[in-house]
Design a protein around this ligand. Structure first.
Ligand code: IPE
Ligand code: MG
Length: 234
């Protein structure tokens, strides 16, 4: 979700106004992808690099996070949303940490829609923490590193319970991953748009989904192989 600040600056508004509008876009995205039948939506809300911003802006973003949890969790839960936060939450204020835990507990029984918020998240951090967890659970691997394979490491990534993403959308004009789910995005279709996040509406989401539908996902195979499998299935 990129472009909140530029959206506001373009309108001679403080950056905080862009972040506030960004929250509305999150609601729109939940509504749109919920109606579409999407089961997994993961939003990159705050990266491990975002601490470098001025402290007032960091505090504002944390405040919006707290507010969103206070206001939205009950309704999300009643709609069958399971909420999870991925990232190193230990750096957040204890109050926010408690609210995150509570939101995860409250919605733990839901499975219709998996909403994940990446907060103080970094893809490199995720791979590192997975490696550390794997080795601490099975120290014998240190003497037999060839036993480690992609699946055994991936089981400890913070989204091990979810399928790998089909579609990645980045708003705001930059064409980079910026340390999002770097392991899981290996075969994901990457969609970039100049639209700023606060103005990214249902029509824009539709455009991204239409674009995705026209992608041919080969996963290393040839186009002819994909067509042969498709004919067999049909
Ligand atoms: C995205 O908008 C929101 C967060 C990273 C929290 P930005 O704040 O990055 O907006 P720009 O890139 O400055 O326009
Ligand atoms: Mg940005």
């Amino acid at each position: 979700m990129d472009g909140n600040g530029r959206w506001a600056t373009k309108r001679h508004l403080p950056r905080s106004a862009g972040h506030a509008r960004g929250v509305q876009s999150v609601r729109n995205a939940l509504e749109y992808f919920g109606a579409l039948g999407t089961r997994y939506l993961t939003l990159f809300a705050f990266s491990s690099e975002n601490w470098r911003r001025p402290s007032e802006e960091v505090n504002l973003l944390m405040g919006l996070f707290v507010q969103a949890l206070e206001r939205e969790v009950d309704e999300l839960s009643s709609k069958g949303v399971r909420l999870r936060v991925i990232g190193d939450v230990s750096r957040f204020e204890p109050k926010l940490q408690r609210m995150i835990q509570q939101a995860q507990d409250t919605t733990a029984h839901n499975e219709a829609f998996h909403l994940t918020i990446a907060a103080n998240y970094g893809g490199r951090w995720d791979i590192l923490q997975a490696t550390q967890k794997m080795l601490s659970l099975d120290p014998a691997l240190i003497d037999n590193p060839s036993l480690i394979d992609e699946d055994s490491l991936a089981r400890h990534l913070s989204m091990a319970w979810a399928p790998e993403p089909d579609l990645f959308i980045r708003t705001g004009g930059e064409q980079r991953i910026s340390n999002f789910l770097i392991w899981q995005l290996a075969y994901t279709e990457l969609y970039f748009t100049d639209k700023y996040w606060p103005e990214f509406g249902a029509g824009d989401m539709d455009a991204a989904v239409q674009w995705y539908r026209h992608r041919e996902r080969r996963f290393g195979r040839t186009s002819a192989q994909i067509h042969a499998v498709a004919e067999k299935v049909n």
